[in-house]
Design a protein around this ligand. Sequence first.
Ligand SMILES: [Fe+2]
Ligand SMILES: [Fe+2]
Length: 199
Amino acid sequence: MSILSDVKEIEAKVRESMENGPVTPYYTLPLDKVYDVLNAALASEIICVLRYKQHYYMTTSIHQDQLQDMFKEHWMDEEGHLERIADRIKQLGGVPNLDPNGISKRAFSTFSSGHTLADLLREDLLAERVVIKMYGDIVDYFGKADPVSRRMMEEILKDEEDHADEIADLLYTVDPKTGKTAEQFTGDGVLQAFKPNGK
Ligand SMILES: [Fe+2]
Ligand SMILES: [Fe+2]
């Protein structure tokens, strides 16, 4: 099919199922699978918002301002991702699944905390790294078949890489003499995260 010569045929075909809006009969991916994939990403974003909010309120110590600023900035980014993904699901004719039941089962990311600031940052970094891998796979899945969803996931993936980079910078230092990486927050009692009821 040449790009210019088959417009009449194309027009006749896309006249079918006009109610599907941007989803034409030429869309080749199975939509049920697409909704599942995007709803898994949506659930992951919800978990990320909640985890960063949890960590925001658990943060104490002299590093409080810096860390809380970062947690807040990240959860606002994750909320933006959540909205973009939900909009895209709707645009493709699906229903964004915001049902609290089963969110953690649908999500790639985990909701964990720990007792020290280092624990919080490690959990965030781990979750971001899992999401980076999974979103990379989703980018490949959309490939040429759905460039709009692919581009959205690429842009979100870039933000997740920035998040991971920022956390890694906070968590680790590199000794200029040895070139070895070390954790900044180890073994310091001042850096305990808030623990309810003194537990
Ligand atoms: Fe995100
Ligand atoms: Fe993130």
